[in-house]
Ligand binder design. Structure first.
Ligand code: NAD
Length: 270
């Protein structure tokens, strides 16, 4: 018998009604952030979403309208004041925040495509600022809005833990992001704020197109992951929904692999 310890009649549906969340990282309908946003909206959450700049706005605005997002704001985390302005909108509109999903990453192509050993100090710092420190800044801005507790979720990749060919400097950047998840979970846990990451399998998105030989990574995943397939953006979006929902209230500091099990294998020759 399943759920034997739970009272009969408990509602197990993933109900996000009344929850207010911020999703950062939607570029288009293929974005992992969009998969998270549409799943959270479908479960009843109200969402604030952002777009990078005027060029990105026409791609994001129709998606935001389709989920009736009451807040749509520009946010380039490298531009002074833009992230703060998003949180000011949230404060004036809702006065609180229940969750946020951080799904952004960037590195200069010259540094991303070369060996880590050749990366420039400037390129490394930019990648770290945009892909890692922005999550820490969001945690700081979210903290006062999460007086009732909350959930912060970010997106990582296996290259944080193991060497993945062609992931290059994003490996150490994601490693810093995953370590930040643990430290933020430690620091914000006493306030009831949970902090987690999803380590997603390889999925073709715009950000992924910046990684050289990405198709080979997809083929490797299909051939070698325990489930013998890649994952879909929707599967990552549903995992994000789970982590920001009340179904995971005891989960924090966790790196949840949503990668068809690709991370479990060592050297396996098929
Ligand atoms: P995507 O291109 O759809 O999303 C990346 C987002 O980062 C874009 O919306 C872009 O506007 C945003 N961004 C870049 N620079 C920014 C800045 N300065 N300020 C604000 N936003 C900025 O690609 P995606 O694959 O959905 O990437 C989302 C996250 O998922 C990233 O952290 C990525 O590393 C991670 N991830 C992706 C995969 C994959 O295979 N696609 C696997 C594991 C983890």
């Amino acid at each position: 018998m399943t759920n034997a310890t739970h009272a009969p009649g408990t509602n197990w549906s993933l109900d996000m009604n009344g929850k207010k969340g911020l999703v950062i990282g939607i570029a288009n309908e293929h974005s992992l952030a969009w998969a998270a946003a549409r799943n959270c909206h479908a479960a009843g959450a109200e969402l604030a979403v952002t777009y990078l700049n005027d060029k990105a706005r026409p791609h994001v605005e129709p998606l935001a309208q389709s989920i009736d997002a009451p807040i749509l704001a520009p946010c380039d985390v490298s531009r002074d004041g833009q992230l703060e302005a998003v949180f000011e909108r949230i404060t004036s509109t809702w006065g609180r925040l229940d969750f946020l999903v951080h799904a952004i990453a960037w590195a200069p192509a010259a540094d991303l495509h070369g060996r880590l050993v050749d990366s420039s100090a400037t390129g490394f710092a930019q990648a770290m600022q945009i892909s890692c420190h922005s999550f820490i800044r969001m945690a700081k801005l979210a903290e006062p809005l999460m007086a009732r507790g909350g959930s912060l979720t970010t997106l990582s990749f296996l290259g944080a833990e193991k060497v993945v060919d062609h992931y290059n400097l994003m490996g150490p950047v994601k490693a810093a992001l995953e370590a930040s998840v643990r430290y933020l979970a430690h620091e914000l846990g006493p306030k009831g704020i949970r902090v987690n990451a999803i380590s997603a399998g390889a999925i073709k998105t715009r950000a992924a197109s910046g990684i050289e030989h990405f198709d080979e990574l997809i083929r490797e995943t299909e051939a070698k992951s325990p489930l013998r397939r890649t994952v879909t953006a929707d599967e990552v979006g549903r995992a994000a929904l789970l982590l920001v929902s009340d179904h995971t209230t005891a989960i924090t500091g966790e790196i949840l692999h949503v990668d068809a099990g690709f991370h479990v294998d060592g050297m396996i020759f098929h």
